[in-house]
Design a protein around this ligand. Structure first.
Ligand code: G1P
Length: 292
């Protein structure tokens, strides 16, 4: 039997311009928008680490230095907190840079998610790896979403994508899977389409930003013809990949927020604040005092 390798590397494509969040993202990366008091990207990095990831490769672009700084040590801040005896804050700060090893690689032009993934071919090497998109924040009371995908990968030895049912009206915002069969929360996938029109969508099962990919994705992406915008879509690479090897979808347990969208971001902010031990009760009291 083929030995399934542990997934150790995770790729974070973070080169996007964040135009949906202008002007907030004019001079700072959308990944650094705070959800309560933590940047969006940190939630996703924490999910990866809680799932067993040991190395994170960020594909960045212009104006993304704040992300590198965030996961680096800040010696000035550390010595200030030390002088002020703020030990808890100091420990929290150090935890961020000690989380795991980070690598950064630049995507020089915004030529699509698939193009970004092709950039990490040499860094990833010949092993399966994870991809996490920072706009999708997934809250889970139990097993992290990425870890649920890893379970399917370990069972089947194939690529796995996270999926969620969306309303028919929303299919045109997502990569959509064409399922062959389904068993509990696992779907065998026979095809995928990126952002189809409602009438052409093969299902209402949307791909959410968590993927486990076998290295065969690189050859599959190499053969993708750029779309009308000149971009190489990851979904197009996945569609090619599932023609040559098995691929599964995992309907994960957990609540997903589209934090790349203004309304989704507001909903996430309210719900994450309500869950907080230090803020939840007083925030709830404030919300119930509002008259609509
Ligand atoms: C990307 C992918 C799409 C996927 C979505 C999940 O789209 O291209 O297939 O369904 O992420 O959030 P984007 O939201 O970057 O337009």
């Amino acid at each position: 039997m083929k030995k399934i390798k542990k997934i150790k590397k995770a790729v974070f494509p973070v080169a996007g311009m964040g135009t949906r969040f202008l002007p907030a993202t004019k001079a700072s990366p959308k990944e650094m928008l705070p959800l309560v008091d933590k940047p969006l990207i940190q939630y996703v990095v924490e999910e990866a680490i809680a799932s067993g990831i040991e190395e994170i490769i960020m594909i960045t672009g212009r104006g993304k230095y704040a992300i590198e700084d965030h996961f680096d040590r800040s010696l000035e801040l550390e010595s200030l907190l030390e002088k002020r005896n703020q030990w808890q804050a100091l420990a929290d700060l150090k935890k961020i840079s000690d989380m795991c090893d980070f690598w950064y690689i630049r995507q020089k032009e915004p030529l699509g998610l698939g193009h970004a993934i092709l950039k990490v071919k040499d860094l990833v090497g010949d092993e399966p790896f994870a991809v996490l998109l920072g706009d999708d924040i997934i809250h889970s009371d139990g097993e992290p979403a990425l870890s649920q995908l890893m379970d399917v990968h370990h069972k089947m030895g194939s690529s796995v994508v996270a999926i969620e049912e969306v309303t028919r009206a929303k299919v045109s915002s997502y990569g959509v899977v064409d399922p062959e069969w389904c068993m509990d929360s696992m779907y065998k996938i026979k095809g995928l389409v990126e952002k189809p029109d409602i009438d052409e969508a093969p299902s209402n099962l949307a791909v959410i930003g968590r993927y486990i990919l076998t290295p065969a994705i690189f050859d599959a992406l190499d053969g993708v013809v750029p779309d009308k915008k000149g971009e190489i879509q990851l979904t197009a690479g996945l569609n090619r990949l599932c023609a040559s090897e098995a691929m599964y979808g995992c309907k994960f347990a957990g609540k997903r927020y589209d934090a790349g969208d203004k309304l989704g971001f507001l909903i996430a902010t309210v719900e994450y604040a309500l869950r907080r031990e230090d803020l939840g009760a007083s925030f709830k009291e404030y919300l119930s005092s509002l008259k609509f």
